[in-house]
Design a protein around this ligand. Structure first.
Ligand code: ATP
Ligand code: MG
Length: 159
């Protein structure tokens, strides 16, 4: 338990559907602190770096196409156990299985089988780092040290 940082990406499907405000509000509402944020239209090479664990898997070509088909909003969120808490709010990978109340469950419904049948990635609105090691690696890909800010938010002031 402790203060952690995690990388969140609002993927191109979330951006073109105008969901950024709603998604960001969910993190702000529970007191997580935005310490870095920007919009980027990623290259195929950056997609490979970010999703290096998936390069070569059957869905990777579709995943690369998906994440590069429009701009993404990238942010670093900070808070106590932020990595686990953010994954809980995001919900499981497959929108069909994601519970209502989670971001993926509220804004998408498609399944792995539908995506696999069509040879596309399952479009699921958002990415969040899976663990501490991934979070550190991913934050280093998307942000330089001087793009990440230190300040105290109102929740910390009342802890
Ligand atoms: P993310 O890393 O984007 O936060 P995740 O950690 O929940 O998602 P991963 O297993 O890392 O899930 O998969 C990365 C992304 O690849 C998924 O978010 C989804 O868009 C796509 N994906 C994963 N598995 C499949 C699959 N079997 N078929 C189609 N697309 C898939
Ligand atoms: Mg992942």
């Amino acid at each position: 338990m402790g203060v952690e940082r995690t990388l969140v990406l609002i993927k191109p499907d979330g951006v073109i559907r105008g969901l950024c405000g709603n998604i960001i509000s969910r993190f702000e509402n529970i007191g997580l602190k935005i310490v870095a944020m920007k919009m980027i239209w990623v290259s195929k090479e950056m997609a490979e770096r970010h999703y290096e664990e998936h390069v070569g898997k059957p869905f990777f070509v579709g995943l690369q196409k998906f994440i590069t088909e429009g701009p993404v909003v990238a942010m670093v969120l900070e808070g106590i156990d932020a990595i686990e808490v953010v994954r809980k709010i995001v919900g499981p990978t497959e929108p069909k299985s994601a519970s209502p109340g989670t971001i993926r469950g509220d804004f998408a419904h498609l399944s792995y089988s539908m995506a696999d049948e069509r040879g596309i990635a399952v479009k699921n609105i958002i990415h969040a780092s899976a663990n501490k090691k991934d979070a550190e690696r991913e934050i280093g890909i998307w942000f330089s040290i001087d793009e990440i800010y230190k300040y105290e938010n109102i929740y910390e002031k009342t802890l």
